[in-house]
Design a protein. Structure first.
Length: 262
């Protein structure tokens, strides 16, 4: 009895790899523009529509729309990051552009949120003190700075999908899968998420709309962090469990961390 051999999968051509790199670079550029708009959107500075500007619907409808928009981002961001989803779409999306596609999808959902966001301009607080206002504004910008630094401490271009497409054009190198805790990661396990919390909550003027954004985003960050840590424990095992015991998740811990690695 003869059996038909399974067809060999042809490796992608150099032209296809270059096209993948171009796609990843364009996705990264679109992400950068979206991130800059997000900073202006949350900070009420420099963009046409912010979290508190523009006409809005009646507050019950506005509240519903805004919560649904944050939920849409949370679902997209979490589901597409799961291993089961990656295995499902891998036959359609090649590995070198998988991360870039994830980043692009996240950026598109953020743009939809900017477009459809409904401001609720009832004030929760307004800091009149110039010193207090300056402190909160400084914390806002420090939060974004912390996010940027944290991305480069791990691998900025890998995080946003450029490195994977570039690696497809170069000879394969051994992957360093060791567990590392560079600089900020010795102080807090998720400095990027800490930066987002600072940027979302630090404002001299907190409206109901801004509060809805900050609160729902915080809930998502807490849930997303738990899911991410579950994956990290699965990958690094006891090393990561020791790391959890000695380093705070979103806030610095006073306990000394003898088990972290460079």
């Amino acid at each position: 009895m003869h059996t038909r051999a399974s067809p060999r999968v042809r490796p992608p051509s150099r032209a296809a790899k270059l096209a993948g790199l171009l796609y990843s670079l364009l996705s990264y550029l679109f992400f950068l523009m979206t991130l800059l708009y997000l900073i202006g959107f949350v900070g009420n500075v420099g963009v046409p529509k912010t979290i508190d500007s523009g006409p809005g619907a009646s507050w019950p409808l506005a509240l519903l729309v805004d919560v649904l928009l944050i939920t849409l981002f949370a679902v997209q961001h979490s589901v597409m990051a799961r291993k089961s989803f990656k295995q499902w779409w891998r036959p359609v999306v090649p590995a070198p552009i998988e991360r870039a596609t994830y980043v692009l999808a996240s950026s598109v959902v953020l743009v939809v949120m900017f477009w459809l966001w409904q401001p609720i301009d009832l004030r929760i607080w307004q800091v009149e003190s110039r010193l207090g206002s300056a402190v909160l504004t400084t914390l806002f910008w420090l939060g974004w700075g912390l996010i940027l630094v944290a991305t480069f401490l791990i691998s900025h271009f890998e995080l946003f999908g450029v490195k994977q497409a570039l690696d497809a054009l170069r000879p394969a190198k051994p992957v360093d899968g060791s567990f590392r805790t560079p600089l900020l990661y010795k102080i807090v396990r998720h400095p990027m998420y800490m930066g987002f919390l600072m940027a979302f909550w630090a404002t001299p003027e907190m409206t109901v709309g801004h509060l809805v954004f900050a609160l729902t985003s915080t809930i998502y960050i807490l849930i997303g962090t738990q899911l991410e840590e579950k994956d990290l424990v699965e990958i690094f095992g006891e090393k990561y469990r020791n790391y959890q015991k000695n380093v705070g998740m979103l806030l610095p811990s006073l306990r000394r961390n003898p088990g972290s690695q460079d």
